[in-house]
Write a protein that binds this ligand. Structure first.
Ligand SMILES: Nc1ncnc2c1ncn2[C@@H]1O[C@H](COP(=O)(O)OP(=O)(O)OP(=O)(O)O)[C@@H](O)[C@H]1O
Length: 304
């Protein structure tokens, strides 16, 4: 059952078209991702769905309500991750939880939430003294304190180190396991691939594809990439002439061959025939980044 239905959404800021005819539905219980580079219109889209921004046209239904007409109903039933700057620096963790609990008719047990998120020992810590990862966990706790049916998490792991990012991913999976539908806005390919059941790839205000991560990746011709250091120089054409090879590229130290089918065997045999040894050879599956490039001709932002 769809809990969010967005149809033909448009939003401009002056002459700039931020959201251009966006349509999608989110099913109950899934982690739905909105993935795209900076400035693609992701935040504008979800803030229209949350009722925080007014679209120019299009229709939005959240749990059967129109966020423009029934904003209060929608806000009671959804949890929105607060942006960092929204909490006063001196506000303590427990105070923030109490404040946010007071906004909702049936709040969750704040103590238990803090416990689940590993923040019990930080109850009396002011917001500004929390680490980046702790601030993100508090943001998740605050998004969940109203017992929402849908949680919106926007750029949740930006600025976190890799370990804190992985910990946060586990938390997102736990939220889904509680039965909460999650809408996850991100420009991190790995995050979307790891967490999302389905995702919309957005670029320049438009949804360029909507599918499961595996479905999106399977749209890329091929599916395999080889990386190696060549023992001696060779002419790229010996590989580009192979039917299995779609592209040969070079980084400063590596040759990167993209293709499909029996790529590894075809490339290895050809190189061996020219006495080229592929050192440190690695075989990779193509990923969402490749799908995004194939669909838009542009790369997503690098992981930070
Ligand atoms: N209030 C605003 N006034 C004018 N332009 C805006 C406003 N909000 C966003 N924009 C512009 O609209 C476009 C889409 O912005 P939006 O924040 O929705 O993108 P995003 O995909 O969420 O990007 P990011 O990942 O950087 O947050 C951008 O070009 C942005 O500069």
């Amino acid at each position: 059952m769809a809990v969010i239905e967005v149809a033909n959404l448009h939003k401009r800021y002056g002459d700039h078209v931020a959201v251009d005819d966006v349509s999608f539905t989110v099913e109950r219980g899934e982690i739905f991702g909105i993935l795209g580079p900076n400035g693609a219109g992701k935040t504008t889209t979800v803030e229209c769905v949350e009722g925080l921004r007014t679209p120019d046209s299009g229709s939005i239904s959240v749990l059967g309500f129109d966020p423009r007409k029934d904003g209060l109903e929608v806000r009671r039933r959804v949890g929105v991750q607060l942006q960092k700057s929204e909490l006063p620096e001196k506000m303590q963790v427990a105070e923030a939880m109490e404040l946010y609990s007071s906004f909702y008719p049936n709040p969750a047990d704040g103590g238990k939430l803090l416990d689940d998120l590993g923040l019990t020992s930080k109850r009396r810590t002011p917001f500004k003294k929390l680490s980046g990862g702790q601030q993100q966990r508090l943001a998740i706790a605050l998004a969940l304190v109203g017992n929402p049916e849908i949680a919106f998490l926007d750029e949740l792991t930006t600025g976190l180190d890799p370990q804190a990012r992985r910990d946060t991913w586990q938390l997102v999976e736990q939220i889904r396991d509680r039965g909460v539908t999650v809408v996850l806005v991100t420009h991190f390919m790995e995050e979307a691939e790891r967490l999302c059941d389905r995702l919309a790839l957005v670029d320049a205000g438009r949804v360029v594809a909507l599918d499961t991560p595996a479905g999106l990746v399977s749209r890329v011709d091929g599916g395999l990439r080889l990386r190696f250091r060549a023992s001696i120089q060779f002419d790229d054409r010996i590989l580009t002439d192979l039917p299995e090879v779609t592209e040969v590229a070079h980084t400063t130290s590596q040759t990167v061959v993209t293709g499909h089918g029996n790529l590894l065997q075809a490339v290895s045999t050809t190189l061996a025939g020219r006495n080229v040894v592929p050192l440190d050879l690695r075989v990779e599956q193509t990923n969402l980044e490749d799908a995004f490039v194939a669909l838009t001709g542009r790369r997503l932002a690098e992981e930070s």
